[in-house]
Design a binder for this molecule. Structure first.
Ligand SMILES: C[S@@+](CC[C@H](N)C(=O)[O-])C[C@H]1O[C@@H](n2cnc3c(N)ncnc32)[C@H](O)[C@@H]1O
Length: 258
């Protein structure tokens, strides 16, 4: 898009902006009176379902090959250490949004020092059936449900922990989805998000899956805009592709927000 404006020369960052009528900002720059911007239409829900249904059979092989499991566990341990309620709770209830084959649910069960009861949602029925098979095999009881993170079928304040692994960047309005996650978290609850990072290796994911290109500062900004407090980035302290491809941050739902 090429729009003449009245402002003088300046430039604007492309990533993380969600105020684009649902389009993904790829590039934005002001040159004198010219405002140049390039935006991309994200996949709609029907296309995402079709694409993830197709990807489901090989999904967990990718998770294993890229060492996502140890990285997810390490990130969740750090997020839990940052969250005081983790030390005082005897039992936790968690929601995994866009669970795929259940990697983040499994990682949370391994990272928590107390028993955790997990619900998980996904829009792809084939992903859900793969998650069911896999989680049953490893003896993990997760309540799976087909649902959209943008309209979660749970009451306000239902969960101690609400998390999302590599899903927000797919959505036309990630802040609205985060706000929906915040709605179902209890006051004082933890919201955790892992997101594809804006890096050179991350570019192929952005091109292939039409995702937002997000820096750690963009992600923290999303969490702040969803009214979370104590927002912080966490890093898995690992080498390799996960660190190149992903970032993670978490925040706490304010006590006075119901
Ligand atoms: C990149 S995969 C990540 C899966 C899993 N969280 C992981 O880390 O392996 C994204 C998942 O989000 C799901 N998804 C995409 N849009 C969604 C939406 N609006 N609501 C719920 N799930 C969604 C996809 O079907 C897919 O399983």
């Amino acid at each position: 898009m090429l729009t003449p404006t009245r402002s003088t020369s300046s430039s604007a960052p492309a990533g993380g902006d969600t105020d684009n009528g649902g389009r993904i900002p790829v590039f934005a720059r002001r040159l004198g009176s010219w405002h140049l911007s390039l935006q991309r239409q994200p996949y709609d829900a029907a296309n995402l379902v079709a694409n993830y249904d197709l990807a489901a059979a090989g999904w967990h092989k990718i998770i294993d090959r890229l060492d996502y499991m140890p990285a997810y566990r390490a990130l969740l341990k750090q997020a839990l250490a940052h969250w005081p309620a983790a030390r005082s709770s005897q039992h936790l209830r968690a929601l995994d949004c866009g669970t795929g084959t259940g990697a983040l649910s499994e990682a949370l069960a391994g990272a928590c020092a107390v028993p955790v009861e997990i619900d998980a949602v996904d829009i792809s029925p084939v992903m859900l059936s793969k998650a069911g098979e896999r989680l049953r095999k490893i003896g993990l009881n997760v309540a799976l449900r087909q649902a959209d993170v943008q309209r979660l079928p749970y009451a306000n304040n239902s969960f101690d922990i609400v998390m999302a692994g590599h899903i927000l960047e797919h959505l036309p309005d990630p802040v609205a989805a985060l706000s929906e996650m915040v709605r179902v978290a209890r006051p004082g609850g933890l919201v955790f998000a892992c997101i594809t990072r804006r890096t050179l290796p991350g570019l192929w994911i952005h091109f292939l899956w039409r995702t937002h290109m997000v820096s750690p500062a963009d992600a923290e900004n999303w969490l702040h805009r969803a009214a979370l407090q104590d927002v912080t980035s966490v890093s898995p302290n690992c080498r390799g592709l996960f660190r190149q491809l992903s970032l993670a941050c978490c925040g706490v739902k304010p006590d006075n927000q119901c």
